[in-house]
Design a protein around this ligand. Structure first.
Ligand code: ASP
Length: 438
């Protein structure tokens, strides 16, 4: 019998009643053998997330201010969970007191942030009658924040008994020097994927508070359609371009092993959710979805005969690299090259970067244009179906939206369209209605 790895997000472990739902879900299928909890999230709109409170504790302690406000909120939530779920003192108050001393003594930021998941695991493991696995002993995270593949083998050996139930907190591991290190925010999705890969699970279930993914942002599009089936490539593009719910870096570990992902709702476990699969088979719609983001800028460079100049692109991109800037897209034509990057990448450095590019390639013209939003139309069928670009541009023309830049990714399954920020929401709506009607 193959195993299922289940990751439960912050709202799925927000309070004792949610922990009980988790238990019912785990116990309802004997293949669910590895549980990866997040830190408790919001219980209601005003409620803080434990991870945010932990970062606050760190920042207040680092500024030598009294951090007892956020600390007491954290402590009370875990002590309450222990009381409600176990019904007796199992030492949580003492664990929290030790932690308070560690924070006061200047514990590192990542260590403090990681405790949200760690304490969740400490409560979850005895509650489920499972073995606790500390990811700091097995999951190695490199300097760039990515998992080191040695982790799969180590973790796989640690959780090798298919009959046992294991609880491994999400979000953290250790760096190459053995210090606790976290992934980026929302990183418990990555931990779940690593665990699934490590035990070569049949399925990675990602339990959250929605019944799967939607084809567009419901804050922009009214009642967007549900995605039943989507490929890894599609979901990675969509998550990267702003579709929330699933961390874009969580695809890789399971993709490499071909393990399907099922996004499920802890509050409605009977719903099928969204299946994320390796290969495209069929789809009700011509696209998987539409996502997008604001706050981009574009460096536009013009130089006659740029196409003949060997090393032109190398020098321009080298200038970005030397300023530690990462860029998103780089469309070009014979005599022009545009580099699209997030505003925050270039903020405060724009003059120096432009000056360096001028010095390196002596362009006829160079300028930095802001106020750019990117909309991504994503779908495996986008290129193989004639007329898809026409659908997009007709829709934008009808909505009177000026297209500033177009880029079709090398993967040929995403069409990126740049518009003014003020046109962003209208562009998403126009594209969505045009493509779902097909
Ligand atoms: N607790 C972490 C965060 O809030 C990681 C996660 O929940 O996935 O970002």
């Amino acid at each position: 019998m193959g195993r299922i790895v289940c990751k439960f997000g912050g709202t799925s472990v927000a309070d004792a009643s949610q922990f009980r739902r988790v238990k019912a879900i785990v116990e309802s299928d004997p293949r669910r053998r590895v549980v990866v909890p997040s830190a408790p999230g919001k219980r209601n709109k005003q409620d803080p997330k434990i991870t945010d409170l932990l970062y606050l504790c760190h920042d207040m302690a680092a500024a030598n201010t009294d951090f007892s406000g956020p600390f007491n909120q954290i402590r009370d939530r875990y002590v309450e969970l222990e009381k409600e779920l176990v019904g007796r003192d199992t030492g949580m108050a003492a664990v929290m007191e030790t932690f308070r001393v560690e924070v006061a003594a200047g514990a590192p930021r990542d260590f403090i942030a990681s405790r949200g998941e760690y304490f969740s695991g400490l409560v979850m493991a005895p509650f489920l009658g499972a073995e606790f696995v500390d990811p700091a002993d097995y999951v190695v995270i490199d300097g760039g924040g990515c998992v080191d593949p040695v982790s799969y083998d180590a973790l796989g050996k640690r959780m090798s008994d298919p009959a046992k139930l294991y609880v491994m907190p999400g979000f953290y591991g250790r760096d190459h020097h053995g210090k606790v290190k976290t992934f980026s925010r929302g990183g418990s999705d990555i931990s779940g994927a690593i665990a699934a890969r490590a035990v070569m699970a049949d399925l990675y279930e990602n339990w959250t508070d929605v019944s799967g993914l939607l084809m567009s942002d419901p804050r922009i599009v009214d009642n967007p359609c549900h995605m039943d089936l989507v490929t890894y490539r599609e979901i990675r593009e969509l998550s990267y371009m702003g579709a929330s719910v699933f961390h874009d870096e969580a695809i890789l570990p399971v993709h490499e092993a071909g393990i399907p992902i099922n996004i499920k709702n802890t509050n409605r476990p009977e719903d099928a959710g969204t299946m994320i699969v390796p290969k495209f088979t069929d789809s009700k719609y011509k696209i998987a979805g539409i996502a997008g983001k604001k706050h981009f800028s574009m460096i536009c460079i013009e130089k006659s005969l740029m196409n003949k100049e060997i090393g032109f692109g190398y020098k321009v991109l080298g200038a970005l690299c030397s300023h530690g800037i990462s860029y998103e897209h780089c469309p070009s034509s014979i005599d022009t090259m545009s580099i699209i990057l997030e505003d925050r990448q270039i903020e405060g450095k724009d003059e120096q970067v432009l000056e360096e590019i001028r010095r390196l390639v002596n362009p006829d013209k160079i300028e930095l244009l802001g106020d750019l939003a990117l909309v991504a139309v994503v779908g495996e069928e986008l290129v193989s179906t004639p007329g898809m670009a026409a659908v997009a541009f007709d829709a934008l023309r009808a909505a009177k939206i000026n297209v500033r830049i177009i880029n079709m990714g090398a993967s040929e399954m995403n069409l990126i369209i740049g518009v003014h920020e003020a046109d962003y929401e209208n562009a998403v709506r126009a594209l969505y209605s045009a493509f779902v009607k097909l």
